[in-house]
Each structure stands twice: as structure tokens, then as C-alpha cells.
Design a protein around this ligand. Structure first.
Ligand SMILES: [Fe+2]
Length: 410
């Protein structure tokens, strides 16, 4: 092995170990019962996240590339395959909260055994397997974010309002005045370059046409959202898309998820007063779109967002550095605090090709009925996001740290 390959391998081994350790740290404050609850069909139990990320490595690396590797338990792939039809039948997603067995401890033991086997296998894995290890690291980081949003949803269901963990003290920031940046105009390239890690849906990099526009210098704050509520934003049908208005009435929505009428909201650190200067979070695409209309603006397209912040450092901002409670805070940059809804549907780029093999099911088959979000959130592991990153959720989803950045035609 050449020296540069050795260094690359050591770096991958380190990042793999650090990623796997962070997931375990996230689970440290939880009881087996905490980790087993599924608060709603879109969210998964904490234990399931621990197990599913392990299934990913055991299946696509150890089973497929390590001769004579024997699965830890042959029955478990059925439980912890998420959505890969190429891997066969699986346990129904809305029933994930029914799995009181295996226990949290058994899942931890499985993780330890798979980690040991992975580290032992790494020096001898072929390049295509190392590419899958890299994918597995980024996959696990996505689940770290889901772990936090899903445990928030879990504890929000409990009238005792338990806190998951303590928050680091917040730095003091006044709200930056809302300003407008002149957006790029004309033909521009967007998407991930050929080299370096990116998910398949971020490629190929391609040309796109941007019209004259302006993009906000910061996200919409809680204080601004309160004005929208007080101004009857949730009671004015002309502000809403028809589908959004139907959703609002059906679900009796009149404020962001986790907000209470008394000016407090439920967070990973328990119930707290809403910080008016912090970016609003836990709003759906429908709410983001209605707010933008109320504010005389619109949502940016994904290309406008990417062009505006391609030169900003995606590793700066309020993101996840260690296990603990997180909450969007004032004063952050484009990458951090909240994912920002765009007005763009999650569709294939011209010339899109899914990855080879079963992992080709990772993104491509979800290119229907979902909207793109850009940036990163306070629950995104630092180093995970980039300008070309395309997060996506259905328009009604709001249990993620999802917020709003405005744009308008120039
Ligand atoms: Fe997954």
C-alpha cells in the first residue's frame, strides 16, 4: 500500500471510530424504555437508529466484502433494514416502536462487535468497499441528526416534559437587522464536483440559469414569526397553498411545532422561554411558504441558495460537535441552527445516475413529493454538510430543525 493510501486508510478508520462513538454518546442519557418508544410513524426509536446504522455496515461491508463473516444474528436484518427493497422483506416502519427486544444493551453489544470487525477489516478492503465505508459514515451522521429530532419528539409526548440533556450556555446576540444580498444572475454551475464525497443526488454538477433576485442575510427569527401569528397568519387562507391550508385545518395547526401559547416551547433541554432573536424552527414547507407570502417575499430556489453560500465555509456555524442537547441560537451563519426550506422540488439533476447496487436506493427513489432544504442545523454533525448538499422532506414535515430564509425577485 502506498504511503498516501495508508494515511487515507488511517484517517477513514479514525473518522469511522469517532462517528460510531458519537452515536453511542448520544444514547448515553437514555433508558431502554426511552430508546424503544416511537413517537410517530415518521420518527424512529433511538434504539432503532443505533441498530440500523450498524445493519448498514454489517450488510454492505462485512457481509459483502469480508470472507467467512457471520452475521451477529440472522434475524435482525429483517428488523433493521430501513427501505432497501434489494435487501428483501422488512419490519413495517410504523411498527418500529414495538421492538422491546433486542434490548438496548444487546444492540450496544452488536455495535461493539461490528465496530471491531470493521476496524480489523479496513486495511484489506478493496476501494469499492472503502467508498461504502465513507457512505456509511455520512449515513450514520444523518441518523445522528434524526436521533436527536426523534428523541425530542419522544419526550414531547410525555406530560412530565423530561429534558434529554443540558444545553451549553448561549452566547448573547442581538438580532441582526434583516438585509438583502444581491444574488448571482445568469448561467452558473451548481452541484457537487466529481471528486470528494457527495451523495449521488448532488451530481452531476451542471449549468443552471438564475434570474435577478435577492436573498436574505439571515433566517427568519422567532420574534418575526410571533408577528406572523399575531397578524392572523394561520387564519388567512389567501396566504396559503391550497394543500397547505387543507393540512392546517385538518391538523389544527396554529403555531410552530413544540410552541406553547404562553411564550414557551419544548426543547431537548425541557420547556424554555422562546428566544425571539433565534431562528424559528420546526415549521413545515407549507408554513415557510405562507410566511414568505405574508412578508412580501418568497423562498429561495435551491440554486439561488447554493450560489449565494457556495463560498461560505460549511464547517462554520452552530452545528453538532458533541453529544448533548441542541437548540437554534441567534447569530449563526448559513450553515447551522436550522435547515432552510427552498421552493425547489427534490428532482434528479440532468444526467443523474444512482449509485451502483442496492445503495442506489439511497436517494433516487425519493424524488417525488419532497422539497429541498439547504444549509445545516444545530443537530447536524459538523463536517457533514456542504454547499451542494440536498436535504429533503415532504412539505408537511416539521419535526426536524427546519426554518426559513427569504428571497425575492430583484
Ligand atoms: Fe438509514
Amino acid at each position: 500500500m502506498a504511503r498516501s493510501d495508508e494515511a487515507k486508510g488511517a484517517n477513514l478508520a479514525q473518522r469511522l471510530a469517532a462517528t460510531r462513538a458519537l452515536t453511542l454518546d448520544l444514547a448515553a442519557p437514555l433508558s431502554d424504555a426511552d430508546a424503544t418508544i416511537q413517537p410517530h410513524p415518521d420518527a424512529s426509536p433511538a434504539k432503532w437508529h443505533l441498530a440500523h446504522t450498524t445493519w448498514f455496515f454489517e450488510t454492505f461491508i462485512l457481509r459483502d466484502f469480508v470472507p467467512r463473516y457471520r452475521l451477529y444474528d440472522e434475524r435482525w436484518p429483517y428488523l433493521f433494514n430501513s427501505y432497501y427493497d434489494g435487501e428483501g422483506e422488512r419490519h413495517a416502519r410504523p411498527r418500529r416502536g414495538m421492538l422491546s427486544r433486542p434490548s438496548l444493551d444487546e444492540v450496544r453489544q452488536w455495535r461493539a462487535q461490528v465496530d471491531e470487525a470493521l476496524q480489523a477489516a479496513l486495511p484489506n478492503l478493496p476501494p469499492e468497499a472503502l467508498t461504502l465505508v465513507e457512505l456509511g459514515i455520512h449515513h450514520e451522521q444523518q441518523h445522528q441528526e434524526l436521533f436527536l429530532t426523534d428523541i425530542l419528539a419522544t419526550f414531547a409526548e410525555n406530560p412530565l416534559e423530561p429534558a434529554y440533556a443540558k444545553l451549553d450556555p448561549a452566547p448573547c446576540h442581538a438580532v441582526e437587522p434583516l438585509g438583502w444580498i444581491d444574488g448571482c444572475e445568469g448561467l452558473l454551475d451548481i452541484g457537487a464536483p466529481k471528486s470528494g464525497f457527495a451523495f449521488d443526488c448532488e451530481r452531476p454538477r451542471h449549468q443552471t440559469l438564475l434570474h435577478a433576485h435577492r436573498i436574505a442575510n439571515r433566517c427568519v427569527t422567532n420574534g418575526e414569526w410571533m408577528q406572523f401569528v399575531e397578524d392572523g397568519g394561520y387564519r388567512t387562507p389567501t396566504l396559503w397553498l391550497s394543500e397547505g391550508w387543507d393540512w392546517l385545518k385538518r391538523e389544527a395547526i396554529d403555531r410552530p411545532l413544540y410552541w406553547h401559547e404562553d411564550g414557551t416551547h419544548f426543547t431537548l433541554a425541557g420547556r424554555r422561554e422562546i428566544d425571539r432573536a433565534a431562528p424559528v424552527a420546526h415549521v413545515s414547507y407549507y408554513e415557510a411558504d405562507a410566511y414568505a407570502r405574508w412578508a412580501g417575499a418568497r423562498l429561495p430556489t435551491e440554486a439561488e441558495w447554493e450560489a449565494a453560500f457556495a463560498s461560505a465555509d460549511p464547517n462554520l456555524g452552530h452545528q453538532l460537535d458533541h453529544a448533548g442537547a441542541v437548540l437554534p441560537r441567534p447569530g449563526g451563519g448559513p450553515y447551522g441552527d436550522v435547515w432552510q426550506w427552498t421552493g425547489s422540488a427534490f428532482l434528479p439533476y440532468p444526467g443523474f445516475k444512482p449509485e451502483e447496487g442496492t445503495v442506489g436506493e439511497y436517494n433516487g427513489k425519493f424524488m417525488i413529493g419532497q422539497m429541498v432544504l439547504k444549509g445545516a442545523s444545530c443537530a447536524t454533525s459538523r463536517g457533514h454538510s456542504r454547499a451542494s448538499y440536498r436535504n429533503f422532506f415532504p412539505p408537511a414535515a416539521r419535526w426536524q430543525f427546519t426554518g426559513v430564509r427569504l428571497a425575492k425577485d430583484a
